[in-house]
Design a protein around this ligand. Structure first.
Ligand SMILES: [Zn+2]
Length: 80
C-alpha cells in the first residue's frame, strides 16, 4: 500500500494475545492469562434423575465446576 507521500507505507506489527478458552483478544499477556484463569474447569458431571428416555443422550446433566458452582445443562432437543 502506498502512503500519501507516494512511498511504501511501513508495515506495522501488531501483537495481540488471545484467550484460548473464549477467543477474546487482549493487548497484553497479563490480561489474556487472567481471562484464561477466569474460566472454570469441570470437576464432576452427573446425569439427572430423568435419565435418557428414548434418546441416546441424557435429558439433563449437572456439572460441578472447580469453584463449587453447579449448573444444569438441558439437551437441546428439549428446549423447543
Ligand atoms: Zn477467556
Amino acid at each position: 500500500m502506498l502512503a500519501r507521500s507516494g512511498k511504501e507505507a511501513p508495515i506495522v506489527t501488531i501483537i495481540i494475545y488471545r484467550c484460548e478458552k473464549c477467543k477474546r483478544d487482549f493487548n497484553n499477556i497479563a490480561d489474556a492469562k487472567k481471562c484464561e484463569k477466569s474460566h472454570l474447569k469441570i470437576k464432576e458431571a452427573h446425569i439427572k434423575s430423568f435419565g435418557y428416555g428414548i434418546y441416546p443422550h441424557p435429558y439433563e446433566i449437572e456439572i460441578t465446576f472447580n469453584n463449587g458452582d453447579k449448573i444444569i445443562y438441558v439437551a437441546e432437543y428439549l428446549r423447543g
